[in-house]
Design a protein around this ligand. Structure first.
Ligand SMILES: [Zn+2]
Length: 772
């Protein structure tokens, strides 16, 4: 009875914390004017994401015109910042060389009544070339339009609110970097709320903050109606190679919060990222939170938003728990002390000897290590059966595989418990498990403080619950109540973490979720133990039956893991609506007429196999594609012109040669690149469109390079100051457009074959060498 009651209580707590992560119901078009309505915002999503609208394209011009018209229609001061800007902090494009773009940001201002600073709502309106950006980032852009509308219906805020719809985020974050670095409204900095989507569904997570975030997080917890965010996510995100516009704002002038929904990652950057794919509950949550935060920051004194420290925070049913980061280490040490006290009392009461406590500690490491490894092996097996998964951020229907990983973690934990419980005893194993959580807490407090709460608080609760249970000495229901309450703390903290980690990291890193699931299981060991007969109480036939019962949950979980993985493979088949993603591009040398198909796929799928075979390094022929090995195969030559490179001026003095050049694509190009063979000349200085760019040496033949996104039709002016080491300088010009359909020899994909969500998918590059 006690066991059943405890399990029901824990299940209820778990269900409560999962329900709390649900997105709100989208509000209808006739919702009150002061509210955010996802249905109203969705009308803009449909206009913005009608088709792919990559920076510089005519489709993007149309989107921009719509945004301007909407913001002007609200009576807001609206303008377009039209400029050339470098990449924020030289991030992803650095492989090809110094990266810039021509950008056109739409900027609108709602003037405050007595402004103490500025609040910036930021989203990018451009999409990738491979998809219409129905979520990424029509979600953020349409949210900002609807928030602007709601704000203009009420009383004017105290602080200026600036709506910044950036361009060329996908290419290089260049729009955001242009705004942050050179727009007059950005000169004094302020609070940035960046809105993103990296999938199609799930809760909106506030996953990134500026440093010293305690005051910001406090406002977030108070003013966002659905505050889902954890200081652990901030730590994970810092370790991942992702960037958003928010990166461009991370300097001294700005503070802020970055939010996105991230589940349904299979469609990310693909043709399937359409308006129809969007979960409007996620859009509603984006809007509710953005509007709540804009109103709160709109009335807060913005002069003092930086605190001396980062906060630890995490979601619990009904809100956001937060405490100062400086408490992290003291709490972690307190948890260690509490677990030590529990071990001492366990021994004193004769529930476990020192030897058994030591064995319990050692053995508790087994599931902590084995479960993540097994989860990774399971995914390896699944991707061997279905290689197409390798190119996806997450499967289309990941739920079955996520459940399989959880069942596998449970099977390992239960098997371990069934094997060790009789010999070591439940008390020693429970203390051993808590000891690892407490020690991990100290490790995290030192290395990743924002994640320390994950193990510190469950360990502390578990130790206190255990101490209460031992002190009350089996009288009445109190021991069961104490261990159940302690396990509930573990469930509240770790269950949402497991659920959010899956979409955050994808199935390829499902082992991390398995690890957290095992830690959750260890905090609940005393409750799990209630299901087992008392240790050492039976002999003979009864004991045998008891042991068999102990094996039952382990066997059930193992069977469930296999069945769930099988169901996943059966249900999540590739078809026209869920195609297997493939990567292909085409590169031609206009000088020699030689052309190649290229693919990033490490192990090409059948469709891609029809184009490419061996591995090649294209760095010498197409330095604009960056480095790295690609699969390549011969292609027919197409009748495509290379970008034109004209010499506007050529002057030499004192051993330096200054070349003023114009690089002009001869077709609608998404980007153009220019590289210098540094065996023919050393580049001393470089200027693009009147802006000096850093001269950083690249590996290989083409030791200097420039990448220019959204080149204007009249071309790009480049001035190079060189020290020649040969009679002629060798320059390589390349441009790239999108879409392979018109190429000779290209066969359209069959229905169940799709396009990888990558910045180089379907790219068509033409290059030529100019000796000058
Ligand atoms: Zn994107």
């Amino acid at each position: 009875m006690a066991a059943a009651a405890a399990l029901v209580a824990l299940a209820a707590v778990g269900a409560g914390s999962l329900l709390d992560l649900r997105t709100p119901a989208p509000r209808p078009v006739d919702a009150p004017a002061g509210e955010f309505s996802a249905s109203r915002a969705y009308e803009d999503v449909k206009v913005i994401a009608t088709r792919s609208h990559v920076a510089g394209s005519p489709a993007n011009d149309q989107v921009r015109a719509h945004l301007e018209q909407q913001l002007r229609g609200l009576g807001l001061e609206t303008e377009v910042q039209d400029t050339v800007a470098p990449e924020a902090g030289q991030l992803s494009g650095a492989a090809g060389g110094a990266t810039l773009a021509r950008v056109r940001n739409v900027v609108a201002r709602l003037p405050g009544t007595d402004s103490s600073g500025r609040v910036f709502l930021v989203a990018h309106y451009d999409s990738v070339q491979t998809g219409p950006g129905g979520n990424d980032d029509a979600a953020g852009t349409s949210t900002i339009l609807e928030v602007a509308r709601a704000l203009t219906t009420g009383p004017r805020p105290r602080n200026d609110i600036v709506f910044v719809l950036t361009d060329a985020e996908e290419a290089c974050l260049c729009g955001a970097s242009a705004f942050a670095a050179s727009h007059p409204l950005a000169a004094d900095g302020g609070v940035v709320l960046n809105l993103e989507a990296r999938g199609s569904t799930g809760p909106v997570i506030m996953f990134e903050t500026s440093r010293n975030n305690a005051k910001l997080v406090d406002v977030f917890g108070r003013a966002a109606p659905h505050p889902v965010g954890t200081s652990f996510a901030v730590e994970i995100y810092r370790a991942l190679p992702n960037d958003t516009d928010f990166t461009a704002f991370l300097d001294q002038k700005f503070v802020g919060l970055n939010s996105a929904y991230i589940d349904g990652g299979a469609i990310y950057h693909t043709p399937l990222d359409t308006p129809a794919s969007m979960d409007r509950g996620s859009l509603q949550q984006h809007g509710d939170n953005a509007l709540g935060l804009a109103r709160e920051f709109g009335r807060t004194d913005l002069t003092d938003l930086r605190s001396g420290h980062d906060a630890t925070y995490f979601p619990v049913p009904g809100g956001l728990v937060r405490y100062p980061g400086w408490l992290t280490l003291p709490l972690a040490l307190l948890a260690v002390a509490a677990v030590a006290a529990l071990g001492w009392l366990t021994r004193r009461q004769g529930r476990a000897s020192t030897g058994r406590l030591a064995a319990g500690f050692g053995l508790a490491l087994v599931p902590i290590v084995v479960a993540p490894v097994a989860a990774q092996l399971l995914w390896l097996a699944i991707t061997t059966i279905r290689p197409g998964y390798a190119e996806l951020l997450d499967p289309y229907r990941p739920i079955w595989f996520r459940l399989a990983v959880l069942a596998l973690a449970a099977a390992i934990l239960f098997t371990w418990y069934a094997l060790t419980r009789r010999r070591i005893g439940p008390a020693a194993l429970a203390v051993g498990g808590l000891a690892w959580l407490a020690l991990l807490g100290v490790l995290l407090a030192v290395a990743v403080p924002g994640g320390a709460y994950l193990t510190t608080l469950p360990a502390l609760a578990g130790a206190l619950g255990g101490l209460v249970a031992l002190r009350t000495r089996q009288t009445g229901p109190w021991p069961v109540v104490a261990v159940t309450a302690a396990a509930a703390v573990g469930v509240i903290i770790l269950l949402p973490t497991v659920v959010l980690l899956f979409p955050a990291l994808g199935m390829g890193m499902g082992g991390v979720a398995a690890l957290v699931a095992v830690l959750l299981g260890l905090t609940a060991l005393p409750v799990v133990d209630l299901l087992h007969p008392q240790a050492g109480g039976q002999r003979g036939l009864l004991a045998l039956r008891a042991r068999r019962l102990g094996v039952l949950p382990a066997a059930a979980a193992a069977v469930a893991a296999v069945v769930l993985a099988g169901v996943g493979l059966a249900v999540d088949r590739f078809d026209a609506a869920h195609p297997a993603p493939t990567h292909l591009m085409y590169a031609m040398d206009a000088g020699t007429g030689q052309a190649r198909w290229l693919s990033h796929e490490g192990d090409p799928q059948p469709w891609t196999d029809g184009y490419v075979d061996g591995v090649t390094d294209v760095g010498d022929d197409f330095p604009g594609l960056g480095d790295g090995e690609l699969r390549a195969g011969p292609a027919q030559s197409a009748n495509l012109p290379a970008p034109k490179l004209e010499v506007l001026a050529d002057a030499s003095s004192g051993g330096e040669r200054t070349l003023r050049l114009r690089l002009t694509p001869q077709r609608a190009a998404r980007l153009a690149t220019l590289h210098v063979d540094t065996s023919t000349a050393t580049v001393l200085r470089a200027e693009v469109a009147g802006r000096s760019v850093p001269v950083e040496p690249r590996e290989g033949k083409w030791g200097f390079g420039l990448v220019f996104h959204a080149p204007p039709t009249e071309g790009i002016e480049v001035t190079l100051t060189l020290r020649p080491s040969a009679g002629q300088v060798s320059l390589r010009a390349m441009d790239a457009s999108d879409g392979l359909d018109a190429l000779p020899g290209f066969r359209p994909r069959p229905p169940a074959v799709g396009v990888v969500g990558s910045h180089s998918s379907e790219m068509l590059a033409v290059a030529r060498t100019y000796p000058i």
